[in-house]
Design a protein around this ligand. Structure first.
Ligand SMILES: [Zn+2]
Length: 238
């Protein structure tokens, strides 16, 4: 564990502009493309800093309304492999829980899945506990990441978007994004989106006709925001 993280959120007086060093990072997410559309710039920043990234993705994303009329599960598995290579992800574990119904899978089972596939991890990266887009699958994946982190004493970085970006998207697209005000953010970093954009291109079934994604990235500009939780002192969300 990196010592700067040991203090937990309450120890931070100001926003951190650089992510902490972590040798081994575990990403826990719901769908192929979450690692790129959402976390791509954060993960490439971590890789540039020397981190080894492992991704646990619980579904094949076969229920997506985009890319229909094809064997979406197989296509999205291939897309995830290609995007992982672009982002410098070392290992990807793609499980086969039903897309759209992850919230019905007991947390203990998801935690067991993580435990059986991972070894030493310094920090877990997840979506905002409210799911960013409000998707129940995202929320459940984050709950599983928190539960596993709590069982192992590992800190968690939650990727969040700003409240302003969420408000703009919801106004323009009638979406249900959930953002965070600045006082709920621990890290505010400047990113290079080059690898992320290339990785997004690997998920062609989901990105070729996705105006919300491109608008979100335009609104975010070069900025990414994260929260840090030390699950030993703050175990939420349950
Ligand atoms: Zn997703």
């Amino acid at each position: 564990m990196v010592d700067r993280l040991g203090a937990g959120r309450c120890g931070f007086d100001v926003l951190r502009s650089r992510l902490p060093r972590a040798e081994r990072v575990l990403v826990v997410c719901a769908h192929p493309d979450d690692e790129s559309f959402g976390l791509g710039a954060v993960l490439s920043t971590l890789v540039d800093g020397g981190s080894e990234i492992e991704v646990m993705c619980f579904t094949h994303g076969e229920a997506s309304s985009l890319g229909g009329g094809t064997d979406l599960a197989a296509i999205r598995a291939q897309e995830l492999d290609a995007a992982s290579q672009v982002l410098g992800i070392s290992r990807t574990h793609l499980l086969d829980y039903p897309d759209g119904s992850l919230a019905a899978v007991p947390i203990d089972r998801l935690v067991d899945d993580i435990t059986r596939r991972t070894s030493r991890v310094d920090v877990v990266v997840v979506f905002d506990r409210d799911g960013i887009t409000g998707h129940p699958d995202h929320q459940q994946a984050t709950r599983a990441g928190f539960a596993w982190a709590r069982s192992t004493g590992v800190g968690i970085l939650e990727w969040v978007i700003s409240a302003d970006v969420a408000t703009a998207l919801n106004s323009e697209f009638a979406t249900a994004f959930v953002g965070r005000p600045s006082n709920e953010v621990d890290f505010e970093i400047v990113v290079d989106r080059g690898d992320q954009i290339e990785a997004i291109g690997c998920h062609a079934s989901q990105s070729s006709d996705n105006p919300v994604l491109w608008r979100r990235l335009a609104l975010q500009g070069d900025w990414e925001y994260l929260r840090f939780t030390d699950p030993v002192s703050d175990g939420s969300p349950g």
